[in-house]
Each structure stands twice: as C-alpha cells, then as structure tokens.
Design a protein. Structure first.
Lengths: 141, 558, 307
C-alpha cells in the first residue's frame, strides 16, 4: 500500500516552489500526496490530516513562524488522538530551532539543501520505523 | 572589422577540421551539451554566422534610442551610477527607520521597504492569522501612524521610496501620500515606486487577496491616479524576479513579465487614458541570476521587446513610453545556507551582470540571504559590492560593453524570439487574465521548475560547497539578524493606541464610502485616501471590500 | 455535526477498505462496534459530479457544500484524482478548492487516488460512500477523475449525476454526446460568464431533447456562485423524486459484471493451445487478420464475427 503524505503550507507566505517539487517527487516515488494549498492554519492542517488519514504530514514553512505553528499542530494532533501520524518539517529553519522542533515530536527537519532522494528515503525510513502501520508494513515486506 | 574573402562558414569548417577535431580527439570535451541556467543550449563558439539576422541599426542601435537594446538613456552611468537601493524591513516602523538611516549614512541613494507577511496580505497585526509573523520577514504597518514613523526624518522630495507590496499596495500607496501631505511635501516632487504587480502574484509569488479581475481594476486605478497627480512616481513595478525565483526559465521570466505589462497597459487604455500619459511611469523588476552572459542578454532583450511592443502594438509616440527601466535584485535562490560567505562572490557576479545589462537600480543580497533576513553587517558588504563595481572596476565608463559580442547578441535574439512566441500563445489562449484563470502560466512554471530541479539533481548544474566540493565540517558561524521577539508585542501596542485615538465614527463613514465606490467604476484611490486619513487600518480596508470583490482560491498545479 | 472522533474513525475505515485490510462489511461492523453507526442501509443522497478536466468541478463542489450546509445538511465529499500508471503515485489537490469548509464539523472531505481502476473512480469509492452514509452524512458528493474519457462507473455509485462542462471547449459537446447523455441527470455549463456559454447550453438542450428523459441544462459561475440556487433547486427536485436511479444502477452493475466475465473468458480462451496455433499462423502469414479473429471467436464459442 502506498505511503500517503499530506504536504501542508501554513503561514501567510506563498513560497510553494519547494512544496510542489516535493509533492511531485514523492508522487514519482509512488506515494499518494495530498496538497493542502497555501495559507493553512494549524486547525486546517490537522483536519486535513485526519480526514485524509495520512501516514505523514510534511509541513513546509519559510515565513519564520515555525515556532508558532508547530506547537499548535502537535497539540491538535494530540487532542484529536492522532499522535500516531508522523510529522516532518521542511523549508527555512535555523539550525538552533531544530532541537526544539524535535522536542515537540517533529520526527525530521529537512533543510532547503536536502535532495529529493534524501527526502524520499527519509520518509520511507521514518514511516517504516514510526508510522502507525509500521507492523503491518513490516509483515507485508 | 575586416573580413577575408572566404565566408565565415568556410573558415569555421576549416577550423573544425584542422584544429578542433584533432584536438578534441586527444582531449575530449567534458560533456556533449552546455546549457545556460535558463536551459538554452550554448554553441561552442559564437561567430558572425549566429547574428546574421541581427541588424545593428534596427535591432541594436544606440543607447537612449529605439529599440533601446543598449540602454534607456544616452549617457547611462557616465552621468550617474545606478541607484543603490538595499531593501530593509523588520520589526516595527521605528526599527526599520533605524536601518534606513544607517544605509543612507553608508552612501545608499534610495530606500526600499520590505513589509511583513500580514501587511502584504492585508491582515492587521492583531488578526489571529498574523500570529508569529508580525514584524518577522519585514516591517509591520497597520495604519498611517506606522507609515509616519517608518519614513520619519527622511526627505521624501529628495529620497525615492520603493515599497515591495502587492495585493494591498493601493492602501500603502495611500498611506505614503497621506504622510507626504501631512508633512507638507509637494506631490509633484515625490518619486518612488510601489510594486503593485498583481499578475505575477497569481503566477508565482502567491500573495493575493481578491480574484484577478477586481485586482486588475485596483491596479488600473492606482496607475490612473498616479498619472493625474504624481508625475515622478512609478505606480507599478512589473516583476519577473519572483517568477524566476519560483523556477521559471529565463525566457519565461521576461515573457510573462512583459505580458503582464501589456495587460496593465490594455486595462488602463480601455479606461480611456492615452498610452503616452502613463506608460512613461511603468517600471520593471528582474532578477540577476548567476548565469552571467545569459543575464546580460536578458536585460538587453527585455528592453528591445518592450520598445517594440509599445511602439508597434500600442502606437506609443513618446520615447519615454518605449524605454524600459528596471530595478534588479541578485538571486536569492542562488545563495546557500552552507558556507554563507560564498554568497558574497555569487552576489558580486550577479551584480556585475545587472550593471552590464544596464539596470537603473540594484539590490544586492546579503551573504546571510539563505539563513534569515539580512544583518546590518551583511547589508554593508552587499552595498560595498555595488560601490566597488561603480567606483573601482571601470565598467561604468562605457555603455553596454558586451554589445556586439557574438554570444551576447545571439542570446539576446533568442530571448527576444521566445518572448514573441509566448505573446502569440497567450493571445491565442484569450489573453493574460484568462491564462491565469486557466493556469497556463502556472503549469508552464511548474514544469520549468521541476525540470530545473531534475537538471540540478542529475548533476548538470552544480552548487559549489553543496553539490560539489562539499566540506562536511561544521558550517562557519556567521552572526545573523536577531529576531526581536518583543517587536510583535510593541506593534500590537501601537495598533491599540491608534485605534484608541481615532474617531471611530469617521472610520466607519470612510469605510462605508469606500465600499460604495468599490461597487461603482469610480477610482478607488480618493476614498482610500480618506479612509487612511481617518486612521482606518489596512486590515479593516481589505476586510470591508472582501464582500464586494470576493476572495481568491487557486487551483494548484504540479 | 459529525464528531471529531467519528470523522477520524470514518477516515480510518475508508483506508482499511482502500488498502484491502478488510472488506466493507467488516469495516461497517467495526464502525458499528465503535458505536459510530448512525444508521444502516442507504439513506444519504449520493450526488456524482463528472466532466472534463478544467471544467471547475471542485469549485462547483465547494459551492454545493455551501448550499447544503446553509440548509443544515451534513456533507461528505469523495474526490478522486488519477494515479500515475507508471509509478502508482498520485497528487491529490481537489480539497484546496474546498478549504473554506475545513473547520466545519458538518463537512468531511476525502481525496482518493484512482489506483488501478478506470472509469473515473477508485476501487474503494463505492465502499467509502457506504461508510460515509453509515457515519450519518446527509449528502455524499463523489467527484470523478475527469481525465476526459467517459466515466460511466459513477452510475453504480450515485443517485443523481451532474455532468459539468464549460463553454467553447471546441467539440466538448461532441465528447459529451459519446455517452454521458445516457447517464446525466442534469448538465451544468460552468464558467458561464465566458463567451459561448449560451451556445453550448443550447447545443446541449437540442441534444437532450432527442432522449427519452427530462434532463435540465443549467448555467453556473462557480467562482462567484452565480446560478447555484437554480442548481440546488434542480438537485432537490431529483433527490425528492425517489430512487429511480436504483433501476439504472442495477442495470449498469449487471452489464458491468457480465462484461467483466466475458473479458475474463476471452482472455482465458486466448491463452489456450488452440488459440496459440491460430496466433502462430498469423505470425507466419498463413492466415489473414480477419480469419484469425473469426477462428479465435469460434474457439471462445461465440458466433463468428460479421464484418
């Protein structure tokens, strides 16, 4: 079964080049990618993740508001009892914020220089290890 | 130039047989094709054969004369260098005002303002959607009180002020005019620019509020208002920068930008204004990327194409309507987070291309571009880079020095052709707005961006220090701009104070009148000026007009 | 309103069916065991939206959601996008157009990749509709892939089928003629503010006049909501008219299953030794193409093909 990923764009900025290239590359790697569109609030992102029942939420953020956005997303996922959805981050995130995001439960932070291959392999690895269907996937493999 | 009796083709064939082939057998070329960043295949060597269809008088000509290929003015930098215009904006108006004064003290000759995302998108600082973004990527401006503090102590008749603002541009434009009025400046002497290029927002930058058609009406109103009241002001800065940064080809950057210019001209002409009454104040904005020769050719081609469009398509008569003037910024996407000081070298090369391409004003990126908004130290080196080009290299002494280069002339021609091909296609599809609604530009851009990305991953384009010569030791530390977390709080206080001071009834009446005007075809500027004067905020104005104009939701393409 | 937890478990039940971890009966039983099942059997009205790409189907769905919500009805949307036949990956972007409803607990939006299925739906679309029905949604909207070919599968799923098109898509009316009149309950000419809308609508009206059923032709501008009240009225009329579609759906289902069985039989026959001999003859040019077809059909046991 294909990995299903929500590519989410929070914040008011419109820098969607990276998110769209990622969406296309993940598709080409055989994943099913749901794209949220721009300007999403944490509430909208979590709702989409739940309704689409994705394995992974990839949040692309370049507006500098990541320390505002991620705590809200992680809280909402917890509140709605879907902590088992994996969250990864991408975009412009300063190095000293990376440990803070990991402490919140963000599994991986991909910076702008990560190749699409890094990204694909990273997501496959994280889903295999931490995804909620990890056991089932292992049995299938 | 002297030529021998044999044709160039004969001489080239002989050179290929006798010199090139034996040599290449011993030392083969490293790859079969060399392509520009924009994807154009480069010839091994360019000769007069490649520019046989370029006529000097018709296509190249002289600076300050049709078709302006060599430059918009006959003296160019021999009269005065380009305007060195480093953009700045962070925190509150007071914070950014301090940076402006610093840059002016360092010799900067124009100022350029970057607004935060809420201001750009028409949300007030206290809107829930603004949380985390107030004053972060630019300066927060909620009301005309902020605008006063932003340009405090700056002589608006002497220093030109550029504002990077789009869907809410008309409001910031009104705020700027109210500040000028309240400080007693003469409107006829105000010079400056608002970006106000809504078309490229739908194509590339994705900052929008209303759907394309009402948004075009607002742009039209700012252009006509400016033509009637502000003889030295540029009410629109048609921009290719964002399209290119979003991954377009070079030809797309120029073609989509000039197509947008055509759409604005059509919109205003349709309102009954003579083309020569406003076209001289249209200005443009391009990136200067790292592919040096292609970029120089791009600027030359843009001028030639625009001159032809204005003369042949719109029947412009004034030379000022035909000559394209542009601002330039070095390429943000060419900067890397790894080994950030390398960005100084990249930026210097890009800046030189802009100058050899004849830019009217230039922003050079800081070495910290890929990491954060620029620090004062980074901006100083970036400005010094421009000063070194202007005062040390000598390139300002002669106009269009690369004109006549076989390679540059051939690339100029290729880009020109590509533009006219796109214009024909856009026309066939029902024009620019229709192409936006049908996602034509967006699909073209998405394909180009993905193609460029794949070329990079396949190793065709290298990024030094990242994909080649990578050094995995810890990244050299640089001091970054410190985000003042308290700035957002200060801004909320300022907004509260403005709301407490103003006459609420007057704000209401002004907004009601604005809504009434929006429903007619009257110019929206006078009612906006009244609302701004009454201290209505940007967010209030945008929200009041949403029911009239609607909201835009894109259909994303991949 | 549909509780957050019901939405979550509905989403997971759809995945379980989609990924083959259970069948729809199992998923429904599990749903009932969780105490979520609001009802048994078909009660929700299922509306199918089909039509060519770029016709504005998602925007129209967004407007329909708005209309049904204003009427107090809860809405589930199943939006199908194509999977790549090569990588099996997919980019699903339909919900972007419906994001106004993202925070509304009366709305559930699910994207589905078409995976291996043709015909405009995904293999699990029908089951997803049943699950959304069981979760208590009043209306379920199914948006088909819309890649251009005639998407007849929707007949087996939807009670009311809306075929969306736009003005001046050249020979769009011709394309529609190729089969959609058989299944359409109404036509919508969207983007009706563009030139050619009236002409397209007129063409469609002439076309449906030839058929036996009454098929309304409407015009909308989904972007600004123009024409939506009339569309909602037309849908209400069809929805109130009862289950006439049940007959059509069952007929379709029978035809489909018979066709699938025939295809399987044909493929088996083509793999037989007798068939191999005929095909070898074709390769050696000892038999003509027409004769080969006749010989193979004879092996299948069917009547010889008349030319």
């Amino acid at each position: 079964m294909p990995i299903k990923v929500l590519v989410a764009k929070p914040g008011l900025d419109g820098h969607d080049r990276g998110a769209k290239i990622v969406a296309r590359a993940l598709r080409d790697a055989g994943m099913e990618v749901v794209y949220t569109g721009l300007h999403q609030t944490p509430e909208m992102i979590v709702n989409a993740a739940i309704q689409e029942d994705v394995d992974v939420v990839g949040v692309s953020i370049l507006s500098g508001a990541h320390m505002t956005v991620f705590p809200k997303i992680m809280d909402l996922l917890h509140e709605r009892e879907v902590d088992d959805i994996v969250v990864v981050a991408g975009g412009v995130i300063q190095e000293n914020d990376v440990p803070k995001l990991r402490a919140l439960g963000v599994r991986e932070v991909f910076n702008a220089e990560a190749s699409t291959q890094d990204l694909i392999e990273g997501i496959e690895r994280i889903v295999a290890a931490h995804g909620r269907d990890a056991a089932r996937r292992a049995a299938q493999a | 130039m002297q030529t021998s009796e044999r044709t160039v083709a004969e001489q080239r064939e002989e050179w290929e047989q006798l010199t090139l082939l034996p040599f290449a057998e011993r030392r083969p070329e490293s790859r079969a094709t060399f392509r520009t960043l924009g994807g154009v295949a480069l010839e091994r060597v360019y000769t007069p054969e490649h520019i046989e269809d370029v006529d000097y008088g018709r296509d190249t000509g002289f600076p300050g004369a049709f078709p302006y290929t060599r430059g918009p003015y006959p003296t160019m930098y021999r009269a005065q260098p380009w305007t060195m215009r480093q953009i700045a904006g962070f925190g509150t108006a007071d914070d950014t005002n301090g940076r402006f004064r610093y840059l002016i003290a360092q010799g900067q000759t124009g100022i350029s303002t970057d607004f935060d995302m809420p201001t750009l998108m028409g949300y007030d600082s206290d809107d829930p959607r603004s949380e985390g973004e107030v004053g972060r990527e630019g300066v927060a401006v909620d009301s005309v009180d902020d605008m006063h503090d932003l340009y405090r102590g700056i002589d608006l008749e002497r220093i030109s002020v550029s504002m990077t603002i789009n869907p809410s541009a008309w409001i910031l434009f009104a705020m700027y005019l109210v500040v000028a009025d309240e400080r007693g400046f003469d409107r006829a002497k105000l010079s400056g620019t608002i970006q106000n290029d809504i078309i490229k927002e739908y194509v590339a930058q994705k900052e929008w509020v209303y759907p394309p058609r009402p948004a075009m009406r607002i742009v039209r109103d700012t252009i006509t208002y400016s033509a009637q009241h502000l003889p030295r002001y540029n009410p629109v800065n048609v921009s290719g920068y964002h399209t290119r940064e979003a991954g377009s080809t070079t030809i797309q950057e120029v073609a989509f930008t000039l197509a947008a210019g055509i759409a604005y001209v059509e919109e205003v002409v349709r309102a009954g204004i003579d083309v020569d009454d406003f076209a001289p104040r249209l200005s443009f904005f391009f990136v200067s990327q790292i592919d040096f020769l292609e970029e120089v050719a791009k600027f030359r081609a843009a001028r030639r194409v625009w001159a032809r469009v204005m003369k042949e398509r719109f029947g412009a008569r004034k030379p000022e309507s035909m000559r394209l003037r542009f601002h330039c910024q070095t390429a943000g996407v060419s900067c890397t987070a790894r080994e950030p000081l390398n960005n100084i070298a990249r930026t210097a090369i890009e800046a030189l291309a802009a100058v050899l391409g004849g830019a009217q004003s230039l922003h050079t990126n800081g070495y910290d571009e890929a990491l954060s908004i620029p620090s004062e130290a980074a901006m100083k080196i970036a400005l010094r880079t421009q000063q070194i080009i202007a005062d040390e290299t000598g390139v300002a002494g002669t106009i269009d020095p690369l004109g006549g280069s076989y390679a540059v002339e051939a690339l100029t021609r290729a880009i020109e052709r590509g533009c006219f091909d796109y214009f024909a296609e856009i026309e066939r599809r029902g024009g620019v707005i229709r192409c936006i609604e049908d996602n034509f530009f967006q699909l073209e851009l998405a394909d180009a961006a993905y193609d460029l990305h794949r070329r990079k991953e396949a190793g065709e384009r290298h990024v030094v220090g990242v994909t080649k010569y990578r050094d995995d030791s810890p990244n050299p530390a640089v001091d970054l701009h410190h985000v003042d977390e308290a700035a957002a709080h200060r801004q909320l206080e300022r907004l509260r104070a403005t709301r407490a001071r103003r006459d609420g009834g007057a704000v209401h009446r002004a907004l009601d009148e604005l809504v009434r005007v929006a429903q007619t075809d009257e110019n929206i500027m006078p009612a906006t000026l009244d609302a701004v004067k009454a201290r209505a905020t940007g967010g209030e104005i945008v929200a009041a007009l949403r029911p009239v104009f609607g909201s835009y939701v894109e259909t994303p393409v991949f | 309103m549909i509780a957050h937890r019901v939405q979550r478990d509905l989403a997971r039940a759809i995945s379980a069916v989609e990924n083959g971890h259970t069948d729809v009966r199992g998923a429904l039983a599990q749903f009932a065991a969780l105490g979520h099942a609001q009802r048994n059997g078909a009660r929700a009205d299922v509306i199918g939206i089909t039509g060519p790409p770029g016709a504005g189907k998602s925007t129209l769905v967004d407007r329909l959601i708005e209309g049904f919500r204003a009427n107090g009805e809860t809405v589930a949307v199943i939006a199908v996008d194509p999977s790549s036949p090569f990588t099996h990956g997919a980019v699903l972007g339909d919900r972007v157009r419906m994001q106004r409803h993202a925070g509304d607990r009366g709305v559930f939006i699910r994207s589905m990749a078409s995976r291996t299925a043709g015909g405009g739906l995904a293999p699990a679309t029908r089951d997803a509709v049943r699950l959304a029905d069981a979760a208590g949604f009043d209306v379920v909207i199914v948006e088909t892939v819309g890649v251009g070919q005639v998407e007849l599968e929707i007949v087996a799923v939807a009670d009311v089928i809306v075929v969306v098109t736009v003005p001046a898509l050249g020979d769009s009316v011709q394309t529609i003629k190729a089969g959609l009149t058989e299944i359409a309950d109404m036509f919508v000419v969207n983007m009706a503010d563009r030139p050619g809308a009236n002409a397209t609508a007129l063409d469609l009206k002439h076309m449906v006049r030839e058929g036996a059923r009454e098929i309304p032709v409407l015009q909308t501008v989904a972007q600004d909501g123009t024409g939506l009240p009339a569309l909602l009225d037309a849908l209400a009329a069809k929805r109130g008219a009862g289950d006439s579609n049940a007959v059509r759906a069952v007929r379709f289902e029978v035809v489909r299953r018979a066709r699938d069985a025939a295809v399987r039989a044909a493929l088996a026959a083509l793999d037989s030794d007798d068939a191999s001999a005929v095909l070898d003859g074709l390769r050696d040019h000892t038999i003509s193409r027409n004769d080969a077809v006749d010989a193979l059909l004879a092996i299948l046991g069917g009547p010889a093909h008349a030319h």
